[in-house]
Design a protein. Structure first.
Lengths: 194, 461
């Protein structure tokens, strides 16, 4: 059983629903498959929120544990990703409130190998660093909404569902995030122009 | 539309690369806005390329679900089912209570206490005690244990008034005395468990319990004062003392937390907690739902008509041994320093045996509703208290292990209980009673089947 990431067909949605139904009845293998499907995305989003690998891993694990524990409350047929991410976001917020142990990790010194020339690689590396720092400086709620829109490709309605706010607010947060990022990155973007 | 407005709309689009016609038309004519669009698309296009450190946590977590399940995982998984059942059960019980209240508004000057009539009203106390057993059979976190014990104490204390007013002779007095003793044991156990609650959680968990104990103390003391010539060992005085003492101890515990003075048994400091402890601590959402479900069905001071109170007293006396078994089982499970699923299953089996007796007794009394109710409680206990814990134990006890006979013995015990009960029910002399048994028998079979399933591959199963 597998389904396409980011663009589930009707068949894939049915498969996911079936996996969820089985997981609710105690089929841990089905839940393990759900973990394999969603973990990377969720971890990536949480990493971008926390900018801390260990914290992101903890949060991701905790999210899946909570999801498993509360699978009975999930309505089959509704958006599992939104539900999962909502748990993650609330867990992230709770942790932020009660602990101030988030430490920033330096950006990785090496990037995945690409086809760019050394000069292009250097530009990309610096640009990505600047971009990552700019994103990290966004307020939590802006950053969360922005990343859900840009990396996860979710609609404003889905983002609102995850962040437990209105669609209008979700749209506004993404708007503000874009505005702030472009203000900060305008000089760099000019440099990167071909 | 000016450029500021266009850019605002552009930045608020789902996909800036695919603007609607109005914005598109502007972009064709405005280099500045076009430039903004390009930058936005360029910037967003780079986001996925920002590197993320590789993680091996996914594989570890998936493996955990595939084979290396922890007790916590299973407890959390099943506890949510207990929650759902509990909400449904308490909701049904509340509806039936309301119906009974409406029925009891017919004028009766004196409550009927002497005549023993089969009762068709559900026994809310039994339902709640079974739920508390299941809760303690499944949870591991001290927080959840403390909250469950606190709820148990309140449920017991709620029986003191009916027993005091309508307890039947010597049996009533002994029931009240037992109640006070059990109450004391439960609150003392809850204080002992409270010390194991992580300090960061104590305020949230213990504050309401301290208030509850204060109210319990005041209430019991006030009622004792209204009686004449009450000695210090009167059940109300015992309840008042137990509640007051427990409240003081919890107050001390909380004050020590605030002052930063280490409290004996405090195992968690301010340093970062290990991951598993974080999970245990943070993922305990269940008590909130659990307590909410319980609180919806119970007022702080339940308002009862005399008939209701009398009926409650009668039921308590009638089920005293079963209630004792349920309370003992709760205490036994709360006492375990390290949760042992085999012991928990065994404890639930002892309760199951008593519940089976209750089923048989109700059937003999021709109380079809109570018979079925007790059978459903028995089924729930077998499925979630026994089978679940045996399944959990099965995850860590390999086939042929030295502890396997213990597990098989539990299965055998359940088999005997179920078989005996079925035989006795089918032998009842009253044909009308036997005709109402199919659902009851089905419940027993379902419960037994679940236990057998949990032992598959072990012994003769």
């Amino acid at each position: 059983m597998s389904w396409t990431h980011g663009d589930p067909s009707r068949t894939n949605l049915d498969e996911e629903t079936e996996a969820l139904r089985r997981a609710r009845l105690g089929d841990r293998e089905s839940f393990a498959r759900l973990i394999e499907q969603y973990f990377d995305r969720l971890y990536r989003w949480l990493y971008r929120l926390t900018h801390n690998q260990h914290a992101a891993e903890d949060l991701a694990q905790e999210t899946f544990m909570k999801a498993f524990a509360h699978l009975a409350t999930f309505r089959l047929g509704s958006n599992f990703q939104a539900w999962l991410y909502r748990i993650a976001y609330n867990t992230f917020l709770n942790q932020r409130r009660s602990a101030s142990r988030m430490t920033r990790q330096p950006f990785p010194e090496t990037l995945p190998a690409g086809r760019e020339s050394p000069d292009e690689e250097a530009v990309s590396h610096e640009s990505l660093q600047l971009l990552a720092r700019a994103v990290a400086r966004l307020p939590n709620e802006f950053r969360a909404a922005f990343l859900l829109r840009v990396e996860e490709g979710l609609s404003f309605r889905e983002i609102a569902d995850i962040l437990e706010t209105t669609e209008q607010t979700a749209r506004w947060r993404v708007y503000k995030a874009r505005q702030k990022l472009l203000n900060v990155l305008a000089p760099q973007l000019d440099q990167d122009k071909p | 539309m000016n450029c500021t407005a266009i850019k605002r709309r552009l930045f608020a689009l789902t996909d800036p690369a695919d603007p609607p016609a109005g914005i598109l038309a502007h972009l064709r004519d405005c280099a500045g806005c076009r430039e903004a669009q390009v930058r936005l698309i360029q910037m967003e296009g780079q986001i996925p390329h920002v590197p993320v450190p590789a993680s091996s946590a996914k594989a570890a977590l998936a493996a955990k679900f595939r084979g290396e399940t922890t007790l916590w995982d299973r407890a959390q998984f099943h506890l949510r089912t207990v929650e759902r059942w509990h909400v449904v059960t308490v909701g049904m019980a509340a509806s039936l209570l309301l119906f009974f209240l409406a029925w009891s508004l017919a004028p009766h000057e004196q409550p009927i206490v002497k005549t023993r009539q089969p009762s068709s009203a559900p026994d809310v106390l039994l339902v709640r005690l079974v739920e508390h057993n299941l809760s303690l059979a499944l949870v591991e976190a001290p927080r959840q244990q403390v909250e469950t014990l606190s709820q148990l104490a309140e449920d017991l204390r709620g029986q003191s008034d009916p027993l005091l007013r309508y307890g039947d002779g010597l049996e009533g007095k002994e029931s009240l005395k037992d109640l006070a003793d059990w109450y004391g044991q439960v609150v003392r156990m809850s204080v002992a468990r409270a010390r194991r609650v992580p300090p960061r959680e104590r305020r949230d968990v213990l504050d309401p319990i301290v208030k509850q104990l204060g109210a319990a103390h005041d209430d019991a003391q006030q009622r004792a004062q209204q009686l004449h010539n009450v000695s210090a060992d009167h059940p109300l005085c015992i309840i008042a003392f137990a509640a007051g003492n427990a409240r003081e101890q919890l107050d001390v515990l909380l004050k020590h937390d605030m002052s930063g003075v280490p409290v004996p048994g405090r195992g968690v400091g301010l340093a970062r907690l290990p991951t598993e402890t974080v999970l245990l601590r943070r993922a305990a959402l269940v008590p909130v739902l659990f307590a909410a479900a319980q609180n919806t069905a119970r007022a702080e001071t339940p308002v009862r008509t005399p008939v209701q109170a009398a009926e409650q007293a009668r039921k308590f006396q009638h089920n005293r041994k079963l209630i004792q078994t349920l309370v003992d089982s709760c205490l036994r499970m709360a006492e375990q320093q390290q949760p042992d699923p085999v012991q928990r299953a065994a404890s639930c089996t002892v309760v199951a045996e008593r519940l089976a007796e209750a089923v048989e007794r109700s059937a003999a009394e021709q109380d079809a509703v109570r018979t079925q109710e007790a059978a459903l409680l028995l089924k729930k206990l077998l499925q979630r208290g026994v089978a679940f814990n045996l399944t959990t134990a099965g995850g860590t006890i390999p086939l042929g292990d030295v502890r396997e006979p213990e597990m098989v013995q539990i299965g055998d015990h359940v088999s005997r209980i179920a078989q005996q009960l079925e035989e006795n029910l089918l032998r009842l002399p009253d044909a009308e009673t036997r005709a109402k048994l199919p659902k009851t028998l089905q419940a027993i079979q379902d419960g037994r089947a679940e236990v057998f399933k949990s032992l598959k591959g072990r012994g003769a199963y």
